[in-house]
Design a protein around this ligand. Structure first.
Ligand SMILES: Cc1cc2nc3c(=O)[nH]c(=O)nc-3n(C[C@H](O)[C@H](O)[C@H](O)COP(=O)(O)OP(=O)(O)OC[C@H]3O[C@@H](n4cnc5c(N)ncnc54)[C@H](O)[C@@H]3O)c2cc1C
Length: 482
């Protein structure tokens, strides 16, 4: 068995592990990172940017958000059923973390909302000087380069498989396996766990959250996110926490296709469940957490967004009612063609019919209830949505065929929670005492949203990951050098 020695061993190189490694190295520790994949960045390579509160960008853009306002908003949202000290510390450090990233050379396009009712806390990483998808990958690369500059050693395709504890109950290293299959025993004073949860582990998702993957949950399954960190930490005495999914909603087979499909169906259109009934104020569809939750409690966990030809024409002529940076087609002129292609490819997400009755039949929902719902909705379009109080701007009658339906299902970015930590990212045991030398960060530990991801302050998970990563790195470096 190969042997290595370090002061701080970081398990995984997603944003939380990378932030921990950089912070620990800046604080003077010798650091090694063990990563399962052949690239750094984990799920964040698909993301656009982290939360920051009270940043330079917000000051320049005259964004009215402070740590106090965000904290109060957050604690109201979560009913104080989460660790207030951790939330306070995370928010309080978030502006410094944005500046810390800038000092490494990372550029942000600015601070943005995800949707109008949210706050402009989302610091989108600049892609070619502007806004593009996947700026998270640039952030991760910047962190890795900074880590290397500080002397951090990276062991890629070298997953950790066990954390080691000595006879006094102190963490003393880990066992990893290199790409040739050889085991490496790493002696370390402190270990940071940051393995990104269990988004790629359907059994653990089922067991810990109740969802059946690709049956009633169509989540991102970033390869390698198997819950290793949660299991390894539990083996050395970490208390486990509840786990939940970071909810959103999705057209499972079209979300990565041409943007005109998801963008058109994610408008505040008429949305019905499989009884053919409305179940929410569709204005809230911009909040993907709320909509994912609402769909997840319908029969069959399914919903249909309905438009007619007049609505489609209006969207083509005047643009979509709501846009975001994720799905933002320049126009939707080829909508009909993309629908035809999807139907020809047996894509169940999209249905087209000449009459409302035919649409209901094709969707397998009760024809009479659906037709009644549409009639009632059309009447309210002329007056007022007395059922769910949707803004009049979005009340558009469904009258002229052909009609189109998009099929939404619950989705998720990944799992949240698993390992209990305190506000210093120290891992706690069942007596709520720190396991000496063990730290954890990122989604493996993230229970601060309570039952539902807090999307009103966007950039929240990456923000949480980077900041708890820094807390873990700081704590681990101090402990290891003490
Ligand atoms: C499509 C998409 C878009 C997103 N956009 C945003 C956004 O714009 N803003 C935002 O705030 N959040 C966003 N998120 C969420 C955010 O990216 C994640 O919450 C964040 O990346 C989690 O960070 P992490 O470090 O905890 O884990 P991850 O980023 O998932 O990284 C975990 C790492 O652990 C490694 N690993 C696993 N097991 C082992 C092991 N045994 N040994 C060694 N390594 C191991 C994995 O290979 C991986 O590299 C998005 C997520 C997705 C899927």
């Amino acid at each position: 068995m190969k042997k290595l020695e370090t002061q701080v061993a970081v398990i995984a190189a997603g944003p939380s592990g990378l932030a921990a490694a950089v912070q620990a190295a800046e604080d003077g520790a010798k650091v090694m990172v063990f990563e399962k994949s052949n690239v750094v960045g984990g799920a964040a390579n698909m993301g656009m940017g982290p939360l920051g509160i009270g940043t330079r960008q917000q000051q320049q853009q005259m964004v009215d958000i402070s740590v106090e306002k965000a904290f109060k908003m957050f604690m109201d949202y979560t009913h104080w059923r989460v660790d207030a000290n951790l939330v306070r510390k995370y928010f309080g450090n978030s502006a410094d973390t944005i500046a810390w990233l800038e000092d490494m050379g990372l550029e942000f396009a600015g601070a943005y909302k995800y949707f109008p009712k949210s706050e402009a806390t989302w610091h989108i990483v600049a892609v070619n000087g502007g806004i593009g998808r996947n700026g998270g990958a640039i952030m991760n690369k910047t962190l890795m380069e900074r880590a290397k500059e500080l002397g951090v050693e990276f062991f890629m395709e070298t997953p950790a498989k066990k954390i080691l504890k000595d006879k006094d109950g102190k963490i003393c290293g880990l066992i990893a396996v290199d790409k040739s299959g050889e085991e490496i025993e790493v002696s370390a004073k402190a270990v940071v766990v940051a393995c990104g949860g269990a988004g790629d582990n359907p059994e653990m998702i089922k067991q810990r959250t109740g969802y059946t993957w690709r049956e009633d949950l169509f989540s991102f399954a970033i390869p390698g996110l198997k819950g290793d960190g949660i299991n390894m930490a539990a083996e050395v005495g970490a208390a486990t926490t509840e786990m939940s999914m970071e909810m959103m909603y999705i057209l499972p087979n079209s979300d990565f296709g041409p943007d005109c499909i998801p963008a058109t169906f994610m408008q505040p259109n008429l949305l019905v469940n499989n009884f053919g009934k409305r179940f929410m104020n569709e204005e809230e569809m911009q909040n993907t957490t709320f909509t994912g939750n609402a769909i997840a409690i319908q029969r069959g966990k399914i919903a249909y967004s309905i438009i007619d030809t007049s609505i489609l024409k209006g969207y083509k002529r005047n643009g979509l009612d709501v846009t975001n940076f994720v799905h933002h087609p320049e126009n939707i002129d080829d909508f009909e063609q993309v629908v035809e292609d999807s139907i020809a490819n047996n894509n169940p997400d999209v249905v087209k019919a000449d009459t409302l009755e035919e649409l209901a039949e094709k969707l397998g929902i009760n024809v009479d209830t659906f037709v009644e719902t549409v009639e009632e909705y059309n009447e309210m379009c002329e007056s007022y949505d007395e059922v769910f109080f949707k803004d009049r701007r979005f009340m558009k009658p469904i009258k002229k065929g052909p009609f189109y339906a998009g099929t939404f299902r619950p989705g998720a970015y990944g799992t949240l929670g698993g390992i209990k930590i305190n506000e210093n990212a120290e891992v706690l045991d069942n007596e709520w005492k720190p396991v000496p030398g063990l730290y954890a960060a990122g989604t493996d530990t993230c229970t601060i949203y309570g039952d539902s991801y807090m999307f009103l302050l966007p950039g929240n998970t990456m923000g949480y990951c980077l900041n708890t990563g820094r807390f873990a790195g700081e704590g681990a470096a101090a402990y290891a050098q003490d």
